[in-house]
Write a protein that binds this ligand. Structure first.
Ligand SMILES: [Zn+2]
Length: 395
């Protein structure tokens, strides 16, 4: 039987499934068809929650005696945008000048295609790995991420699944394969602060209380001073004001309220709870400042609302996992990858509650863009890196 050991072939098959979140698009079915001949048992749990679309997911397991490695990822993709702007149709998997085009080529059907090819090659050459391998694949990473990885992890764990390490195949390399392994991520938290004033005529400000003045003071306190200077493993914590809303169409009216929305990316100096406490503290202190509000006795009246659930910061400290992966990258590319915690959040933030997790995949340059594409040589290189990793980690 022909095993799925050609990453380009695997990827073209996956790209041809139009699996734009929340549609499965056939992508999990073709993946299941690749995994079964390798000996995997494949399950396809669907999850639902009111107010969100039902999502299909996949959990495949190859059982063996020894440690358990998880590969995690997603087959859903963001929309193609304007199809006619693409050099090759976005769901064609066509190759042009050595590059395969298609939505999901790097984010992250390509990572899945390479991992499957790496497993197939390992089994062809050495037989089954000396342990268990699972693929935990969601169809809900680019969407609300409610019926995806979080529930899939709980579902598998409730059936007794335990993992020793995980790799997420997201595109982690900024420019070339071998640039970067992600060994952690900053936390993320969003909120908004609303200042309540008193509406009135701009010509009679003493009869009103302009909330914009108070909001300027509070926003200033959110931005300065810096939260920290960064750590050995992380960039400095950073807060960005993402919107300031007054919604006042009149130039002669002092508005009644003003709101600022912000997001903070925080490092391991903090937890979500201590960041929240620090922000509360800054606002409370600033609310008594008189700058912009001369003659006002009462403190700035405001309320603070947190949005969504926070993403927690994490840093993986598993020498075997990190060194085996770095070593595999070095052996195949001749380059030493940076161990980084930069960038946005990913599903690794959920996996870290179950086992040590790192991320390594393709070059991310074209992800989410028109003409998302991957060099066919990169597919081969990543497959060799994953193959080497499987061999050495189970070694
Ligand atoms: Zn992705």
């Amino acid at each position: 039987m022909k095993l799925p050991d050609d990453p380009a072939e695997n990827l073209a098959t996956l790209i041809r499934c139009p699996s734009v979140t929340p549609a499965e698009g056939g992508a999990l079915s073709v993946l299941a068809a690749m995994l079964r001949p390798l000996g995997f048992s494949v399950e396809r749990p669907s999850f639902s929650e009111s107010g969100t679309p039902d999502i299909e997911n996949l959990y495949a397991r190859l059982s063996g005696n020894g440690p358990h490695l998880m590969f995690a990822g997603h087959t859903d993709v963001v929309p193609a945008g304007d199809d006619s702007a693409w050099t090759q149709p976005p769901f064609s998997g066509e190759i042009r000048n050595g590059e395969m085009y298609g939505r999901g080529a790097v984010d992250m059907k390509g990572g899945i295609a390479c991992f499957v090819a790496a497993l197939a090659r390992h089994i062809e050459k050495h037989g089954n790995p000396k342990g268990s391998v699972s693929l935990l694949i969601t169809g809900d990473e680019e969407g609300p991420a409610i019926n995806g990885t979080v529930k899939l992890l709980d579902w598998a764990a409730s059936r007794g699944e335990k993992w020793d390490a995980a790799i997420v195949g997201e595109p982690t390399n900024p420019d070339a394969l071998g640039d970067m392994i992600k060994i952690g991520r900053r936390g993320s938290l969003s909120g908004s602060v609303t200042v309540h004033g008193r509406q009135g005529h701009v010509a009679y400000p003493h009869l009103a209380d302009n909330p914009v003045r108070g909001l300027m003071t509070l926003v200033d306190a959110l931005i300065e001073p810096p939260f920290d200077a960064g750590t050995a493993d992380f960039q400095p914590t950073n807060l960005e004001i993402t919107s300031i809303d007054v919604g006042n169409p009149a130039v002669n009216v002092i508005p009644a309220k003003a709101t600022a929305t912000f997001n903070i990316r925080f490092n391991d100096t903090w937890t979500a709870e201590t960041v929240q406490a620090e922000i509360h503290n800054r606002l409370d202190t600033a609310s008594r400042r008189k700058k912009y509000r001369k003659g006002r006795r009462e403190p700035i009246e405001y309320d603070l609302a947190w949005r969504d659930r926070p993403s927690h910061v994490f840093l993986t400290r598993d020498d075997k996992l990190i060194e085996t992966l770095s070593g595999s990258v070095r052996a195949v590319t001749g380059r030493t990858p940076a161990l980084s915690t930069s960038g946005g959040t990913s599903d690794a933030r959920f996996i870290k509650d179950f086992c040590p997790v790192v991320e390594f995949g393709l070059v991310g340059k074209t992800m989410h863009m028109v003409d998302e594409r991957v060099a066919v040589t990169d597919l081969e290189t990543l497959t060799q890196i994953y193959s080497r990793f499987i061999k050495d980690w189970f070694g």
